[in-house]
Design a protein around this ligand. Structure first.
Ligand SMILES: CC(C)(COP(=O)(O)OP(=O)(O)OC[C@H]1O[C@@H](n2cnc3c(N)ncnc32)[C@H](O)[C@@H]1OP(=O)(O)O)[C@@H](O)C(=O)NCCC(=O)NCCS
Length: 180
């Protein structure tokens, strides 16, 4: 992960960190012809931060199964200081649902007084897998301890339901196309 200059962890316990933040500068190679960071690059950062949070939580290998509710709210410019915050908000039996916020600010403070702004957010879902069989395996359960925890878990479940609905809709159209 060449981009990571620092990583801080807000942990309920050393064995199962629940949250982490990656911080680094957006580099010239990350930007598109308009001088802003490519959406695909932002998605790669989200996947990396989500992966680190997921494997940190379950202590084993995990794969991305879905990304829901992704929204590019504001662009990221070259040399912006970027922060990718990944927080586990819900666990199923084998899945870990991680809310990711991507923020950025001008470290020189020339634009917007160096104010941090939200650029992208989403929920990314990882599944812990057995590396031998590739099959899902159970993960340690997250307990919701505050109203905020419960609100975030509800949000993750809603995003997952919407994402599964989209999957079913696509499958129906695909099947209809094959039959036609
Ligand atoms: C991830 C994978 C192992 C799951 O296998 P599967 O046979 O679909 O397993 P299951 O149906 O039991 O689903 C596993 C979990 O994924 C969850 N899941 C499936 N589709 C989902 C979606 N659209 N959104 C959120 N979660 C989803 C299920 O709810 C289940 O979670 P739970 O055990 O907590 O209830 C398999 O789909 C796979 O290998 N996918 C490719 C992964 C990959 O290559 N990722 C990119 C590179 S890392």
């Amino acid at each position: 992960m060449g981009y990571v200059h620092s990583m801080t962890e807000n942990t309920p316990g050393p064995e199962h960190p629940r949250e982490l933040t990656m911080r680094f500068l957006a580099e010239p190679g990350d930007v598109n012809y308009g001088g802003k960071v490519h959406g695909g690059i932002v998605m790669k950062w989200i996947d990396q931060a989500g992966y680190a949070a997921a494997v940190g939580w379950c202590g084993r290998y995990a794969v991305t199964v879905a990304v829901g509710g992704i929204r590019f709210v504001a662009p990221i410019g070259i040399s912006d200081l970027v922060a990718i915050n990944a927080k586990l908000v819900y666990t199923g039996s084998t899945s870990m649902h991680i809310a990711v916020d991507v923020t950025a600010r001008d470290p020189m403070g020339m634009h917007d007084g160096g104010q941090e702004r939200l650029c992208t957010h989403c929920v990314i879902v990882f599944v812990a897998v057995d590396q031998g069989t590739g099959r899902p395996v159970p993960v340690p359960q997250l307990t919701q301890e505050s109203d905020e925890d419960r609100r975030l878990a509800e949000y993750a479940i809603k995003v997952m339901d919407l994402s599964k609905d989209i999957e079913h809709t696509i499958a129906r159209y695909r099947d209809a196309e094959t039959e036609a």
